[in-house]
Design a binder for this molecule. Sequence first.
Ligand SMILES: Cc1cc2nc3c(=O)[nH]c(=O)nc-3n(C[C@H](O)[C@H](O)[C@H](O)COP(=O)(O)OP(=O)(O)OC[C@H]3O[C@@H](n4cnc5c(N)ncnc54)[C@H](O)[C@@H]3O)c2cc1C
Length: 372
Amino acid sequence: MRGSAVRADVWLSDVGAFVRTDVESYLASHPEDRYPDVLVERLRQLGVFGATVPVEYGGSDRPAPEVARLGYELASGWQSLAALTGTHLKLCGQLLRHGTEQQRRTWLPLMARGERVFARAYHEQGVADPAALRSTAALHGGTGRLSGHKSWVTNARHADRIVAVVRSGDAVIGVVTDPRRPGVEIGAELPRPGMLGVSLTEVTYRDYEFDPDTEVIGGPGHDLTDALRGYDVTSYVARALGSADAVYACALRFVRKSVHGRPAEARGAIGLRIGELATRRAAMHAVWQCLQQPAAGNHPPLAPGAAKVFTTATLQELVRAAALLCGGTGYAGPLPALGRHYRDALALPIIGTPNDTLLSLIGERELAGEDA
Ligand SMILES: Cc1cc2nc3c(=O)[nH]c(=O)nc-3n(C[C@H](O)[C@H](O)[C@H](O)COP(=O)(O)OP(=O)(O)OC[C@H]3O[C@@H](n4cnc5c(N)ncnc54)[C@H](O)[C@@H]3O)c2cc1C
C-alpha cells in the first residue's frame, strides 16, 4: 500500500509555495549560474528526493501523476531544479527495478533523504543505440574497470554518485560511480544558453575501479534505457506545461498593466496575441489531460512521444510570442523569469529522446500500420 506521510494536496501546495517564495527570491538575489545549495537543502526538507522511493525504503512512494505534478511545479519556477530532481528520481526507479535487494537497502534510504543525490551518465555524442555505447566495463580478477567518455551529465559536479551506463560484453549495465574516487574526471562547465545553476559537464572514466558485486546495476535481462520512455517522456510534458503556465501568467500580468492608454489598434493587436498565447496554453493542457486518459471512441491514442513533441515545441512558440508581447521590458528589465524560461525551453525538445527522433518513430509506426 502506498503510504505518503504528507497528503498529496498538502505536499504539492508546499512545493508550490517553495517555488513562489524561496525559488523566486533566490533567483532575484543570486547569479543564475551558481549551484543553488540552499534550494537543494529545502528540496531535501520537502521530501522531494524520496518521491519515487517505496515507504519500506524510507520514501513517500508518490504515484506517477503526483511526481509529474512535482516536475510541473518545479519547472514553473526553474527548469534546472526539475532537471536535478528528475534525474535523481528516475535513478531511484532504476535501482528499484534493476538493483539487488542489498543495493536497494543500501542506497534507497540515503537517496530518499537526499543524502546521496544521483546523476546519470548515459549519452555519448552521436550514439543512439545503447548497444553501440563506446564506454565499457570489464572484469579483471574480482575487480571491475570502467573506461569511457560521457558527453553531457546533469549535476555531475555536485552529485554524490553518478550511474554510468556502459557496455559489458553483450549487456548494458549501470555502474554506481563515486566522482571523488580516482579514475573519474568531471569536465569544465559546458557553455549553454539555459538550464544554468545545475552543472552540465562531460565525464571521463579512465580505468575506474569498481566492485562488480555491489556497484553494478542490471545486466542480462535488464533494460536500463527504460527510463528514456514512458514516465521520462511524460515528465518533459509536465515540465513544458509548468513553464508555459508561468510564462503565460507573467505576460498577462504585464499586458493588463500596460495595455491601458495605448491606441485602439495596439490594444486589438495585443488582444490577438494574448488570445494566441491562451490558445496554445489551453492546447498544451488538453494534451496533458489526454495523456492521463486511455484512448476512447474514434480518437487515435496519444503516444507520450507525440505529447512531448507537441508540448515542448508549443512552449517555444508560446515563450517567443510572450517575449514579443512584453517588448523591451521582457528582454531587459524587471521580468527576468521570461528570459530564463525562454533560454531553458530550448533544451526540452533535445533532451531525453530528441523530438525529431520521436517523430520519426511515430511516423514509422504509422507507415507500418493499417490504413485508418
Ligand atoms: C541540457 C541537457 C542536459 C542533459 N543531461 C543529460 C544527463 O544528465 N545524462 C545523459 O546521459 N545525457 C544528458 N543529456 C544528453 C541528451 O539526452 C542528448 O543530448 C539527447 O539524447 C540527444 O542526443 P544527441 O545530442 O547525441 O543528439 P543526436 O543523436 O546527435 O541527434 C541530433 C539531431 O539529429 C536528428 N536525429 C538523430 N537521430 C534521429 C532519428 N533516429 N530520427 C530523426 N532524427 C534524428 C534530430 O534532429 C536530433 O535532434 C543532456 C542534454 C542536454 C542538452
